[in-house]
Design a protein around this ligand. Structure first.
Ligand code: IVH
Length: 680
């Protein structure tokens, strides 16, 4: 049957009604077919529905709605993914590798919620080995989807996610949810991955190494019509924001999300007490191989949501969930060669080049030998047979020599393999380092870090371009980036003029990223993105930070002696000072914006919290206190200034009374934050 055979209703009004009716039918069948795996009509009948809808939309283009099933694939390529800020941080999970660590986790949970002698109810779910994404719906319509990125900012990949048939473009009418954010894992089913790879081989294309790489590569492809042809799928595992509904447990959220037409995993279980959790996890150790998708462990989550609030999170992981990783796969291989890599800080790392082996789905050809001490301990040399392990996302490593085939131990060179300067072990460090701060290997990696997404986000400044820039001595340090001329790029890179201009523009724009990103980009030891944020909130500008003494740094709650010393050392270095001065002259912004600056009115006051707060999670409350210059500690002592009391306070209240600490109810606490004046 051809399209024209369908009768498009004569009046526009009727057409609109019919279109809506068709969309609802198609949505229903999509859900039956893709999400529930339980189709109720034939493919042919389904195709007819779609064709009829396409006919109507062709005749009346203004009747097309964004959630219409015909809108899954757009044909225009994406120029560049926009960066989007997440509604709340997309944290990752802390890992455990054995039963004891799970019991420790359970102990911490019970202590944290103040129910030491009770069994906690947990939900256990497979840990899908894919790619975390966030999906935002407004008034039931799928509005935006993004990658996890660095946890705070990701990339807007909406057009690509719209092609995934198991992501509904509209939430079902059965759910109360309308405006909400969901998080889940994009993956590629094993069977469809294999089929796709077979096809690629036939077409003379490079096959993907494993389903995870394939999914990750696909999701960020700039051409949604290519994405549409690749078999992506999703499991949703978190309701991260909702304006409707009032849920008390994670289990309830999962049920509601299923109702909404989202795909949630069917192998979830609810168990009371950690021993039952462990049993369940053990059952899946073997069974997991039969699944049609790859999992690298199980996730254990506290079921009650009020307990999530009470437990809060560290800057990286929630305290109410943990991942259990099944033992890694190990195989033997032969060391064909040992290469020495030079890292950003000059560290020399020996890398074993291996006879390729297949390890949990990936072909492993290189594995880390860590450092000199490890080489000695394992007595590895070229030619030996070794046991190789790949654990999750960590780079493969050599575990031990299984058959010694060559004499002696591989020696790390005493000069840098890249620049030839002296390579030494300093103090009691295990690492041998190239001591030349201008070593091209170090410079390239420093520049790469500076341009990375969490730092100055300079698209187009990849390793290839950097190799040429540094090897041709156009760029020898970070400030040089801001001095590059367009013709230099065209000459050395044989870049098209437009790409050269784009890169120049990107570099120019990066000047405005802000103080925190600059701090992170400098690559100071122990200053990751979170610490950079902490420093930028505390100091108004680079000048203030440089002028600060160790004392002042140590006053900041999250900064320990190691970090303080590292920061001090960095800014005492002549070359670093000059670099910062140059960057400033070149127009790189190094001040905290007015609105990001907070009056430090809590001036080192010490806070303790007890009981559940109504309006904030523990974490949020602590962050507020720290933002305004206060400190949070876990128990009441003579030094405590305030005890903030929520519902069901614990024994801390008694202690505070004894110590004569100022006791604040939540409303007083709120008032204080609002008035910006300390109470009591
Ligand atoms: S919950 C706050 N549940 O594993 C963390 N994550 O390192 C919320 N993942 O980034 C994550 N399966 O991308 C959760 N059933 C599951 C998961 C899962 C896979 C991924 C996720 C996360 C990473 C943890």
């Amino acid at each position: 049957m051809v399209e024209e055979d369908f009768k498009v209703p004569g009046s526009k009004e009727e057409a609109e009604k019919r279109a809506e009716d068709l969309r609802e039918k198609i949505r229903y069948h999509d859900r039956k077919y893709y999400v529930e795996n339980d189709p109720v009509i034939s493919d042919h009948d389904y195709d007819m529905l779609v064709k009829e809808l396409e006919g109507i939309e062709k005749k009346y283009p203004d009747l097309v709605t964004p959630d219409s099933p015909t809108q899954r694939v757009i044909s225009t390529e994406i120029d560049e993914f926009e960066t989007v800020e997440h509604m709340s941080a997309m944290l990752s999970l802390d890992n455990t590798y054995n039963h004891e660590e799970l019991r420790d986790f359970d102990r911490r949970v019970r202590e944290g919620i103040g129910e030491e002698d009770k069994k906690v109810e947990y939900v256990i779910e497979p840990k899908i080995d894919g790619l975390g994404v966030a999906l935002f719906y407004e008034d039931k319509i799928f509005l935006r989807g993004s990658t996890r990125g660095d946890g705070r900012r990701g990339e807007d990949i909406t057009p690509n996610l719209k092609t995934v048939p198991t992501i509904p473009l509209r939430l079902s009418d059965e759910t109360v949810l309308e405006t909400a954010e969901f998080r889940g894992e994009i993956y590629m089913p094993r069977d469809l991955f294999d089929e796709m790879n077979e096809r690629r081989k036939e077409e003379g294309k490079e096959p993907f190494a494993n389903p995870r790489n394939a999914a990750a590569g696909t999701v960020r492809n700039k051409d949604p019509s290519v994405v549409a042809e690749r078999p992506l799928d999703i499991f949703i595992y978190t309701l991260s924001y909702n304006e409707e509904g009032d849920f008390h447990t994670h289990w309830e959220c999962m049920k509601e999300m299923k109702k909404a037409g989202l795909k949630v995993n069917t192998h979830m279980a609810k168990k009371e007490g950690i021993e039952r959790v462990i049993d369940y996890i053990d059952q899946w150790q073997e069974k997991k191989e039969d699944l049609n998708y790859e999992i690298d462990g199980m996730v254990v989550k506290v079921n009650r949501l009020d307990h999530h609030d009470k437990l809060g999170s560290t800057s990286k992981h929630p305290r109410w969930a943990i991942a259990y990783k099944y033992p890694a796969m190990r195989k033997t291989s032969t060391v064909k060669d040992i290469e020495v890599q030079v890292g950003r800080t000059g560290k020399l790392t020996p890398i074993a080049v291996l006879e390729p082996v297949q390890l949990s789905g990936t072909i492993v050809e290189r594995a880390s030998l860590h450092n000199e001490d490890e080489l000695e301990r394992q007595e590895v040399n070229i030619g030996d047979r070794v046991l190789v392990e790949k654990a999750g996302e960590i780079i493969p490593q050599v575990v031990k020599v299984t058959e010694k085939k060559s004499e002696g131990v591989f020696q790390l060179p005493e000069t840098c393999p890249v620049c030839g300067s002296e390579a030494k072990r300093l103090g009691d460090e295990v690492a041998r380092r190239c001591l030349n701060a201008n070593c091209p290997a170090q410079v390239k990696q420093k520049l790469e870090h500076w341009g990375s997404r969490g730092a100055m986000d300079i698209e187009g400044l990849g390793p290839k371009v950097l190799d040429k820039l540094v090897d041709n001595k156009i760029v020898e340090n970070i400030p040089d980036l801001y001095r590059i001329k367009k013709y230099e790029l065209i000459m050395i890179e044989r870049m098209a003029e437009r790409s050269a201009q784009n890169l120049i523009d990107e570099i120019e724009e990066s000047k405005e990223r802000g103080f925190d990103r600059v701090l992170y980009g400098l690559g100071i030891r122990f200053v990751g993105d979170h610490m950079a944020d902490v420093l930028a909130k505390h100091f108004d500008s680079m000048d203030e930070l440089i002028d600060a003494g160790e004392e002042e740094l140590l006053q900041i709650n999250e900064i320990g002696p190691e970090t303080a010393e590292s920061v001090m050392r960095f800014f005492q270095d002549e070359q670093n000072r000059k670099m910062i001065e140059d960057l400033k002259q070149l127009g790189v912004k190094m001040e905290t914006e007015e609105e990001e600056r907070f009056e430090q009115f809590l001036d080192d006051k010490r806070f303790v919290f007890t009981g559940a707060l109504d309006e904030y999670t523990r974490n949020e409350a602590s962050e507020l206190v720290e933002k305004f210059g206060g400190r949070v500690t876990s128990s009441v002592s003579g030094a405590t200034d305030y005890l903030v009391v929520g519902e069901n306070p614990g024994s801390k209240l008694e202690n505070a009374r004894e110590e004569g600490t100022v006791i604040l109810e939540e409303k007083d606490f709120k008032k204080m934050l609002k008035s910006k004046e300390p109470l009591g």
